[in-house]
Design a protein around this ligand. Structure first.
Ligand code: ZN
Length: 112
């Protein structure tokens, strides 16, 4: 599982999880995990397993992906570090070793 998010109300890092909700001990704010992902990133992206992705996550590519202008595809199993979520069809902005800056679809990756 990912780290607990900061409180969206007051920015406190001391949040804890209680029965599926996140609770902030400092201001008493409670919220659900699905709301958090939208607030934190502004973009909702899910990987092949339906897990929410966040900026800074590391993922693996689950199938060979053809790259325009490159002679080789990005191989299945390629690790991609420090992704950034963006709006659009290809909702992951990242750097792939050997390929450089690249946009991927979140449905073709799996969170590490
Ligand atoms: Zn708070």
């Amino acid at each position: 599982m990912s780290q607990l998010p900061k409180c969206p109300e007051c920015g406190s890092a001391y949040t804890y999880e209680d029965r599926g909700l996140f609770v902030c001990p400092e201001c008493g704010h409670e919220w659900s995990a699905s709301q958090v992902d939208e607030q934190v990133t502004g973009v909702v992206a899910k990987d092949a397993n339906g897990n929410f992705l966040q900026d800074g996550d590391s993922v693996t590519v689950i199938k060979d992906l053809k790259v325009k202008g490159a002679s080789n595809p990005i191989k299945q199993g390629t690790k991609v570090k420090n992704i950034r979520l963006v709006e659009g069809d290809h909702n992951i902005d990242c750097k792939v070793d050997g390929f450089g800056p690249m946009k991927l679809k979140s449905e073709f990756v799996k969170k590490l």
